[in-house]
Structures are given as structure tokens and as C-alpha cells.
Write a protein that binds this ligand. Structure first.
Ligand code: AMP
Ligand code: MG
Length: 520
């Protein structure tokens, strides 16, 4: 296995001079050198062929001892120095101080086909930033991260990627429900990949400590490698940088809302400076459409990170980033302007995205109301978001009377669809039909467009849980099946028709299938 290594983060930025792997506060440094824990019996469960290709590794290499060793943490690749990043963050709205890679160890950067990829192991043991944690990850959460990050990529959502999923051979103690019933689970390691894993929190750490020198260094580094189009560092460039991060973050959120993804833990340490979906923990997919839904049990009361609040939280997080970057610019106004623009741009982009979900090419004044009325209908009786939009694409103009029948399968309680609910839906279908009459494209053309933005298959929590249950018994076939299916989420795949289905009733209240804790 011959990797084209081109490290930058751990060569150009400030290291922690303390080389001991002890838990502590780390000052004046962006990372600490640390080696992964050697796993007792690593075993490869799955690799992403697309990611292999991206980093220039052949399928023959995958069979090698060195691949197993490097991506399980048993061995450090020649001439590289692994490290954990220092960052801070706001968690659930509160300043949390230093956090850092508590269980992620960065291996190296590979440049292949002119693209830079940073690779890191999640769950490879403790680091100076592990606080009370053990630095490990369980199979359950690793399967969820592995499958979902690749699935999101194929959905067209900006995201970190995954190269491999391994068992460590070590057992890990976890109290899933935080109720005093800790039990051993299988340990696992995911190799995550992204151009960079730098988060909002990396900037916040230095700003909070008045360490402007490192703040500037980190910002210049990020611009140099990941926003080179912004030019050489200057006040103007830093403002453009904040604007660019805002744009990317907004774009990511629009995609989340489109596919019904709920991140679950939008803390500022989980916000990528590249606008990528990062840190797959207690995330979930909307089944019944519901602005108030969050999969995260830790957030059950406040529901800070609920589906409908994700756009606001992204803005709140951007405000924290603005505060962190302020010392480089020392003017509040440019930040305020950009943050205000986020709000107006969100509305425009959200409307356009919703038009695309409904197959509307023309932009009409009345579309906003049509969309709001639809959202109201979707809330009348539990309605599966994914199935609804997919079925709606078969709507034929002039057949508004058949609308409800067409989407029947999306209702969790079909017998509730009567009286006023039935009427409200019928009124909506009449308005939709009327609006479609203004469009020039044919029904068939509209269907093709709609099916390209409304996925047929998403990784519902119960599906991931089924794959996890099998994997815990040593059967990885369902991981492979879901992985392959989710590569083509917009395509009708008759052999996977069973996955185009509502969440089964047994999964409604089962642990891992609807709500999840942060325990991972
Ligand atoms: P998360 O909620 O997963 O984004 O994690 C928040 C912080 O806790 C990050 O600094 C993580 O690295 C750290 N962390 C989470 N789980 C563990 C663990 N098992 N061991 C050590 N650190 C952890
Ligand atoms: Mg995190």
C-alpha cells in the first residue's frame, strides 16, 4: 500500500510540546501528538470502494496486513505522526471550554488526484482531550456513522466520509440509557475522511484564551488550503472567509431540511469549518413529518436541536464563530451584515428547495403559501416525509381528486384521514393542481426532476438498528446491503423495495430505532 502523504496540519501548525498522553488542558497548541491504542484483535468489517479510489488504494491493498494495521490503529504509517486536535465549543448553548479530539486520532493527509484528504480513526483510544471518556467507540455507533456518512454523500449532502469499519476485538463498557445498567459491547473503529476536520470550536478555543497569534495562524492555514480563492490574508480576506463559511453552512442546512436529516447535537464543536455534516451521533431521519422532532434523548426536554430549529441553530453557531474571529477584524459590522444576510438568503434558498421538492420550475408569488399549507397538512396526521414526496411525484395534472389516494401509503394512521383532515388535504391538492397548470414541463418530466431531489431510500434509525443487531451476532450482510442500496438513494431499486416503507410499529419506541442517547 503506497499512500501519497502530504501532511500540512501537523507540519505547519503549533504542536503541544508535551508528548505525554495524559488528560489535561493544553495551552498555546493546536494539537497533541498521540498514538492510537493497539487493538487486541482487529477485524475489517467493511470498506467504502469509493473512498478507496479517492485516496488511491486498490482493492488488493485492502486484503493486506498493512491496511488492517494502519486503519485499526495497530501500526503508524511510515514517516507520519498521528495527533489529536485541540478545540473548544458551545454545547447545548453553553460554553464548555476545552474539548478536543477525545477519541479521534488523526493519521495523516493524502493527496490523490489533486484532492487533499485527512484521515482519522474514531474510537482508537484516549488522548489528552479524553476528559472522563475512554477514547473508544462501540460497534453500534460506528455502524451508524459509517453507513450514514457515506449515504449522505450519495444523497448530495456535504459530509465527512468513511473509509473503513473495523472491530477492535476489545470490549467497551457503556450505559446506553444512562440508567445504571452498564454493559460490555463490541469496540469498533471507523476511519473517517474529509479534506479537513477543523471545526468552529478550533477557532473558539484560541479566541477564548486571547491567543490571537494562534487564532490568526489557524485562520490563515484554513484559507490557504481550503479557501484559496479568497486570496492572501488581510482583514478583507477574513471577512470573505466568514461569508464563505456562512454560505457553506447554509447550503448544508438546506440539504438537511430537504432530506429530513436531524443531526441531533449541533454543538459548535460539531460544526465543520468546511460546511460538512460531521460527528454522526444520535442523528435521525424524519419519519412522520414534524418540525419539533429530535432523535436525541439528551435533548428531549428542550428540543434545542429539533428539525425545525436547525436553521436557527446554524445561525447561532455562526454567531459564535463570528465572535471567535472578531479579534482578527475588530469591527462588528461586517459580521452583522453577513449574519443578517443568512436570514434572508435562507428564506430564498429554502423556498427554492421546497419548490424543487414539489416539482415547480417557475417561481410564483403564491408558492410560499402552497408550501406552508402543505406543511400544515403534513402535520394533521402522522405522515412519512420521505414516502410522501416520493409518491407525490406520480401526481398527474387534472387528477387532483386522486391526490389523497396516491399518497395513502405515507400515512401512519390511514383511518384518521377523514372529515376535516380529508377536506384540508383535498383543498391542498386542488391548489397544487392549479399551480401545476402554470408549469410548462410534462408530468413525466416533473416526476424525473422530483425524484432527483426526493430520495426513495434513507437510513431510517430502525434500519441501522437491524444492521447493528445482526453485526453484533457476527453477520455483516445487512451492513453491506444497506451500504449498497444507499449509494443510489434516488433510483428505484426493485430488489430493495422492502426498504421503501414506513417505520414498522415495533420500532416506534425501541431503543436505537426512534430516539437515541449520546452514549457511543
Ligand atoms: P460528541 O458529543 O461526540 O461530539 O463529543 C463531545 C466531546 O466529547 C468531544 O471532545 C469528544 O471527543 C469527547 N468524547 C465523546 N465520547 C468520548 C469517549 N468515549 N472518550 C473520550 N472522549 C469522548
Ligand atoms: Mg463531536
Amino acid at each position: 500500500m503506497n499512500l501519497s502523504i502530504e501532511d500540512t496540519f501537523n507540519r505547519e501548525l503549533t504542536p503541544d510540546t508535551n508528548l505525554e498522553n495524559t488528560r489535561r488542558k493544553v495551552f498555546g497548541a493546536m494539537y497533541s501528538f498521540v498514538k492510537p491504542k493497539v487493538p487486541s484483535n482487529p477485524k475489517l468489517i467493511h470498506v467504502s470502494p469509493e473512498m478507496l479510489e479517492n485516496i488511491g488504494v486498490s482493492t488488493i491493498d485492502v486484503e493486506s496486513k498493512i491496511f488492517l494495521n494502519i486503519f485499526s490503529g495497530a501500526q503508524v504509517y511510515e514517516n507520519t505522526r498521528s495527533y489529536a486536535m485541540a478545540y473548544a465549543g458551545h454545547q447545548f448553548g453553553n460554553w464548555a471550554g476545552q474539548l478536543g479530539d477525545g477519541r479521534a486520532i488523526n493519521l495523516f493527509e493524502v493527496v490523490h488526484d489533486k484532492k487533499r484528504w485527512a484521515l482519522q480513526l474514531k474510537g482508537a483510544g484516549e488522548t489528552p482531550y479524553s476528559r472522563q471518556g475512554d477514547g473508544l467507540a462501540v460497534l453500534r455507533s460506528s455502524v451508524r456513522e459509517y453507513l450514514c456518512s457515506e449515504a449522505m454523500h450519495h444523497l448530495g449532502v456535504p459530509t465527512t466520509r468513511a473509509l473503513s469499519l473495523m472491530l477492535s476485538g476489545d470490549d467497551v463498557l457503556r450505559d446506553v440509557l444512562y440508567n445504571g445498567n452498564a454493559a460490555y459491547e463490541k469496540g469498533a473503529i471507523v476511519c473517517r475522511v474529509a479534506p479537513s476536520f477543523v471545526r468552529f470550536g478550533n477557532f473558539e478555543l484560541f479566541a477564548a484564551r486571547n491567543d490571537t497569534e494562534n487564532l490568526r495562524k489557524l485562520t490563515d492555514y484554513t484559507i490557504k488550503y481550503f479557501y484559496p480563492e479568497l486570496g492572501t490574508p488581510s482583514k478583507e480576506t477574513y471577512i470573505k472567509f466568514f461569508k464563505a463559511v456562512t454560505n457553506r453552512t447554509l447550503n448544508m442546512i438546506i440539504h438537511w431540511q430537504r432530506v429530513g436529516f436531524v443531526h441531533g447535537v449541533m454543538n459548535t464543536d460539531n460544526m465543520s469549518i468546511l460546511g460538512l455534516t460531521i460527528d454522526y451521533g444520535p442523528y435521525g431521519w424524519l419519519e412522520g413529518f414534524d418540525f419539533g422532532w429530535t432523535p436525541n434523548t439528551t435533548d428531549r426536554e428542550q428540543k434545542r436541536y429539533r428539525y425545525g430549529n436547525q436553521p436557527n441553530i446554524a445561525l447561532w453557531n455562526l454567531l459564535q464563530l463570528a465572535n471567535a474571529l472578531y479579534p482578527l477584524i475588530e469591527e462588528a459590522e461586517p459580521f452583522e451584515t453577513i449574519l443578517n444576510q443568512y436570514q434572508t438568503e435562507f428564506e430564498i434558498q429554502f423556498l427554492d428547495m421546497m419548490r424543487s421538492k414539489l416539482g415547480l420550475e417557475l417561481k410564483k408569488e403564491e408558492d410560499k403559501k402552497l408550501i406552508e399549507d402543505l406543511e400544515e397538512c403534513l402535520l394533521l396526521s402522522e405522515t412519512d416525509m420521505t414516502i410522501f414526496y416520493r409518491l407525490l411525484s406520480s401526481f398527474e395534472r387534472g387528477k387532483e381528486a386522486d391526490g389523497l389516494k396516491l399518497i395513502e401509503k405515507a400515512f401512519y394512521h390511514p383511518n384518521e384521514i377523514k372529515d376535516s383532515i380529508d377536506t384540508q388535504w383535498k383543498v391542498w391538492f386542488e391548489a397544487y393542481d392549479k399551480r401545476l397548470q402554470l408549469e410548462v414541463s410534462t408530468d413525466q418530466q416533473r416526476q424525473i426532476r422530483m425524484n432527483a431531489v426526493n430520495p426513495k431510500y434513507v437510513l431510517r434509525n430502525y434500519m441501522a438498528q437491524l444492521a447493528i443487531d445482526k453485526a453484533n451476532e457476527g453477520d455483516y450482510s445487512l451492513i453491506d446491503e444497506l451500504f449498497n442500496m444507499l449509494k443510489k438513494p434516488y433510483k428505484d431499486q426493485p430488489k430493495y423495495e422492502k426498504w421503501f416503507a414506513k417505520r414498522p410499529e415495533w420500532a416506534r419506541h425501541k431503543v436505537g430505532c426512534s430516539m437515541l442517547s449520546c452514549s457511543s
